[in-house]
Design a protein around this ligand. Sequence first.
Ligand code: GDP
Ligand code: IMO
Ligand code: MG
Length: 421
Amino acid sequence: MKVDVLLGLQWGDEGKGKIVDVLAPNYDIIARFQGGPNAGHSLEFNNVKHVLHSIPSGIFHAEKINIIGNGVVIDPVIFKNEIEGLRKLGLNVSKNLLISKKAHLILPTHQRLDAASEAAKGVSKIGSTLKGIGPTYMDKTGRNGLRVGDIHVNFNEKYEILSAKHKMMLKKNYDFDYDISDYEQEWFEGIELIKSFMLIDSEKIINEFIKDNKKILAEGAQGTLLDIDFGTYPFVTSSNTVSAGACIGLGIAPSKIGEVYGIFKAYCTRVGSGPFPSELFDDAGLMLQKLGNEFGATTGRPRRCGWLDLPALKYSVLINGVTQLIMTKADILGFFDDFKVVTAYRINGEDYDYMPFDIDTKIEPVTKNFKSWKSDLSKLKSSDEFPKELNEFIKYLETETSVSIKIVSVGPDRSETIKLS
Ligand code: GDP
Ligand code: IMO
Ligand code: MG
């Protein structure tokens, strides 16, 4: 049995949480492979919206095992809040949530270092979610990090050593004012809570599951254009968000990867700074933001909006080896009379259909106009009911990317999902 991977093809917030929740019934195990509480994965059913940050989006299916993989970074305070929220809803998460011993911990001082680094960058700041992601992954690659498995042996001592180092950096490098005393107490409460979960050698267990023919879905966070290697560097996150990241973040061989579901919005959004060639600064952009309710699930920040960017989409399909496409928010384009897709980047009079190294150069987007279906898709139950303009749009994207669109999402709710044959 192979592991299927679901990941974002844009700058995050493509609707991964919703689609993982929809696909979960087809799987035995759902495993997050990278990122941390910078993620905000929304899913909706019975008219209630839920937002998950560190916990896999299969958690609402009681019979499914959910794994936080070694590639994930965990903030114990945010984890505790999430768990408490889920328990209030009556979920018995102790039973079906397993955590890798190799997952790294976000310390309170990592968060402060994130804030100090952003403040020091001034106008060229990344627009980080300030959850401590960058500093935690820096400590991981710098071989200083603390892992979940460290909790049981001399943990306080290890914590003090790393925390003292961070405090010195905050003072010397940044002259940064901070107070973490309240947060630190909550942080240790979170550590106690983590201890009560099954802490596992996830790579071993996942490979045993594969051998036992269990079906595993690997859930990505962020999106391909935020990948540390392949995204719009330096305006990226600090992990590998691409399909290869699933191998590293779960301990599975490349030959064990099956389907790669690439999820994209029918338009584009981005939170934080960085290049965005198809960004709109006009009424159409405001309409996408308002109708699409484009506000960050983690920080509440307004998302920048623009048309679908085909060169970027093709690039993401290539890097990830996408085998099936999933398009979300198709319903939003139904509010427009017509809409556009960016088909190429014009740089110094020449057209490029791929992402240039220096994406920050002056790019003039070349666009193609589409007539909208101008109807409410959210009540449709089957693709047989799709308006002709939507079918034409789907066909166009499939031809351009050479990959079939298998699911079209037409609303935030679980039920507002249409599978294509
Ligand atoms: P994720 O980070 O990829 O899981 O995405 P987010 O949850 O951050 O953002 C996606 C937002 O779009 C959430 O508010 C979802 O409830 C919502 N959403 C997902 N799919 C659709 C869709 O097809 N139509 C509409 N209108 N909203 C959607
Ligand atoms: P999900 O999983 C959208 C963005 C931040 C910032 C940059 C770096 O919900 O799609 P970081 O906190 O990682 O140092 O921030 O990446 N970013 C996201 N944008 N969705 C996310 O996650 C994101 N996680 C990080 O806004 O620009
Ligand atoms: Mg999100």
